[in-house]
Design a protein around this ligand. Structure first.
Ligand code: HEC
Ligand code: HEC
Length: 463
C-alpha cells in the first residue's frame, strides 16, 4: 500500500493547477490513503460515464432448439467442402473463441489451436477474431473491415453478396438474417480457403464446384438435409416451417448466431459488476488503470461505449504479418473495401471484454502477448520499427513485412487521435494491465462445456 497516494481529481485540477492540459500527467493531488478508494471511484465513474461506458443489456435468451441446431452446425465439418474444418476450428472454446494463431490456417490444416499445423492449408490473410458478445445489442458490424453490417432499424444488410442487400433483397436467404452475427455466418462456407476447398475434376462435388453463393448455400442444404438428425433439429428449431425444403442456409446461419450469442455472451466481468454498482468488483489497481485508459493513455478515444469499441475504423500503425490480402505481405484494411486512400490501414476497433483471453492480438495477430499489444499503443512508431519477430512462431516469423516504403505509409496513416509516446511508469503500466484484466469474465476461462460430444454427421469433433 502506498502511504500517500496520488489520484486524479479532474474537477479540482482547474483550480489547483490553473487548467487541465491534454497531457494531464500533472493532474495529481495528494490524498491520505483512507480516502483513496472513494476518490478513485468518483473519478472512475466520471470517466466511464464521459466515455459512454454504460451497463450492457443481456441479449434475450434464444430458444433452446435453435441453439442446439446452431451448436451442431458450428462444430460440424460437414459444412466444409472436404469435411475437414468447422467454424469451431478457427473459433474454438479452448482458444478464447479464436484459434490462438497469428493468422488462420484454412481447410487442409491439421489440429487445433496453437498446435494446428499448416499441412495442405492456405493461410488466411487475417487473425481470427474472438466472437465474445457478437450477439449483443449494438454490435451491428462484422469483420476487421465491417464488410458485413445490419441496420437494426431497417433490417437492411450490407454484405459481399448483393442478393442479400437492400430493403427488398432478391435472395430468400436474407429473411432469417436478423443480425450482423447471423449474416456473417453465411460467408465462411463460401470461401475456398477457409471452408469450401478447391474443385477436383476427379471428384466432382456440388459444394466445391458451385459457381455462386446461392448454389453454394443450396449445396450445403442438400448435404445437411441428407442427414436425418439435422431434419429433426431444423424442425424443432423452426416449428412454424412445415417442410425441410422450405429451409435455406439463412436459417442455418440464424441458428449458428443463436448458438454464438448463447455460448459467448460474456458480461460478468469485474467492470460489468462495477458498472452494476458493486464498487468492490474492481481492484484499486484496475481503477487507477481505468483512469489512465480514459485519461493520459487516450485509449478511450477509440475504445469507448458499452463494449469499449467505437465500432469505427482507425489506422494504428500495426506491423504487418502473414500472406497479405490482395497484395503479398500487405493489408490495407478498410481501403480494400472502400477504395479510398484515406481508409488505408484502417481496421475496426476491437471490443475489449475478455481481451486477455483472445490472443494473438491485432488484425494480423502480430503481438503474441497482451503486454506487447498495449505497449504498441503507447508508442506505435518505435513498436513498428523495432518489432520483435522472435515472438512469432514459425511459419509466421518469416512473413513480417519489412518493406521501408510500406512501413513509412503505415506511419503516415497513423490516426491523428492516437497518442505518440505515452510515458508510463512500471507501476502505471501494471495498473493499465490490471484494468484490461478486469474485463475478463471468469466463466469464459473454461468454455469446454460448450463442445458437443458428437455432431449429426458423425465427423470428429475433438480435433
Ligand atoms: C479458417 C478459419 C476460419 C473458419 C473456418 C471460420 N472463421 Fe470466422 N473468422 C476467421 C477470420 C480470419 C475472420 C476475420 C476475417 C476478416 O475480418 O477479414 C473471421 C471472422 C469471424 C467473425 C467476425 C467477428 C467480428 O467481431 O468481426 C465471426 C462472427 C465469425 N468469424 C464466425 C464464424 C462462423 C460462424 C464460422 C463458420 C460458419 C466461421 N467463422 C468459420 C476465421 C475463420
Ligand atoms: C486511434 C484509436 C485507438 C486508440 C487511441 C487505441 N486503440 Fe486499441 N485498437 C484500435 C484499433 C483500430 C485496433 C486494431 C488495429 C489492427 O488490428 O490493425 C486496436 C487494437 C487493440 C488491442 C488488440 C485487441 C484485439 O482483440 O486484437 C488492444 C488490447 C488495444 N487496442 C488496447 C488499447 C489500449 C490499452 C489503448 C491505450 C493505450 C488503445 N488500445 C488505444 C484503436 C485504438
Amino acid at each position: 500500500m502506498r502511504t500517500t497516494t496520488c489520484v486524479w481529481i479532474l474537477s479540482l485540477c482547474a483550480v489547483a493547477l490553473g487548467g487541465c492540459g491534454a497531457a494531464g500527467d500533472d493532474r495529481y493531488i495528494f490524498l491520505e490513503g483512507g480516502d483513496e478508494t472513494a476518490a478513485l471511484d468518483e473519478q472512475v465513474l466520471e470517466a466511464l460515464s464521459a466515455h459512454a461506458v454504460t451497463p450492457v443489456s443481456r441479449p434475450q435468451p434464444e430458444s433452446e432448439a435453435l441453439v442446439a441446431l446452431g451448436r451442431a452446425l458450428f462444430f460440424d465439418k460437414e459444412l466444409s467442402g472436404n469435411r475437414n474444418i468447422s467454424c469451431a476450428t478457427c473459433h474454438h472454446p479452448v482458444a478464447g473463441t479464436g484459434d490462438a494463431l497469428p493468422v488462420s490456417f484454412g481447410e487442409g490444416g491439421v489440429g487445433l489451436g496453437a498446435n494446428r499445423e499448416q499441412a495442405d492449408a492456405h493461410l488466411i490473410p487475417r487473425n481470427a477474431p474472438h466472437v465474445f458478445n457478437g450477439g449483443v445489442t449494438g454490435v451491428n458490424s462484422m469483420f476487421w473491415d465491417s464488410r458485413v453490417t445490419h441496420d437494426p432499424v431497417t433490417g437492411v444488410l450490407t454484405t459481399p453478396e448483393l442478393g442479400l442487400n437492400t430493403a427488398a433483397p432478391v435472395l430468400a436467404e436474407a429473411l432469417p438474417l436478423t443480425s450482423a452475427l447471423a449474416a456473417q455466418a453465411m460467408f465462411p462456407v463460401t470461401s475456398r480457403e477457409e471452408m469450401r476447398g478447391q474443385s477436383d475434376p476427379l471428384a466432382p462435388d456440388p459444394l466445391r464446384d458451385a459457381v455462386d453463393n446461392p448454389s453454394i448455400w443450396a449445396a450445403l442444404m442438400d448435404r445437411i438435409g441428407a442427414i436425418p438428425e439435422y431434419r429433426t433439429l431444423f424442425a424443432a428449431a423452426y416449428p412454424s416451417v412445415p417442410d425441410f425444403d422450405d429451409f435455406n442456409f439463412g436459417h442455418a446461419a440464424r441458428a449458428i448466431a443463436a448458438f454464438e450469442r448463447d455460448a459467448w455472451t460474456a458480461l460478468d466481468t469485474p467492470l460489468d459488476n462495477y458498472l452494476g454498482g458493486d464498487m468492490s468488483a474492481m481492484s484499486n489497481a484496475a481503477k487507477r488503470g481505468a483512469l489512465l485508459f480514459f485519461g493520459r493513455a487516450s485509449c478511450g478515444k477509440c475504445h469507448d461505449g458499452p463494449l469499449l469499441s467505437d465500432y469505427e475504423h482507425h489506422a494504428v500503425c500495426v506491423p504487418q504479418v502473414g500472406p497479405g490480402k490482395v497484395e503479398a505481405n500487405e493489408d490495407r484494411g478498410l481501403a480494400l473495401e472502400t477504395g479510398l486512400v484515406e481508409d488505408d490501414y484502417k481496421f475496426r476497433t476491437p471490443a475489449l471484454r475478455n481481451v486477455a483471453l483472445t490472443g494473438p492480438w491485432m488484425h494480423d495477430g502480430c503481438f503474441t502477448t497482451l503486454e506487447a499489444a498495449v505497449r504498441h499503443h503507447l508508442d506505435p512508431l518505435s513498436s513498428l520499427t523495432s518489432f520483435d519477430v522472435s515472438q512469432l512462431p514459425a511459419p509466421f516469423n518469416t512473413m513480417v513485412d519489412t518493406d521501408p516504403a510500406r512501413n513509412a505509409a503505415r506511419v503516415a496513416a497513423l490516426d491523428p487521435d492516437h497518442p505518440m509516446d505515452v510515458g508510463l511508469s512500471d507501476g502505471e503500466f501494471d495498473d493499465l494491465m490490471a484494468f484490461l484484466h478486469a474485463l475478463t469474465d471468469p466463466a469464459s476461462t473454461n468454455l469446454l462445456g460448450v463442445i458437443p460430444d458428437s455432431v449429426p454427421s458423425g465427423l470428429p469433433v475433438k480435433d
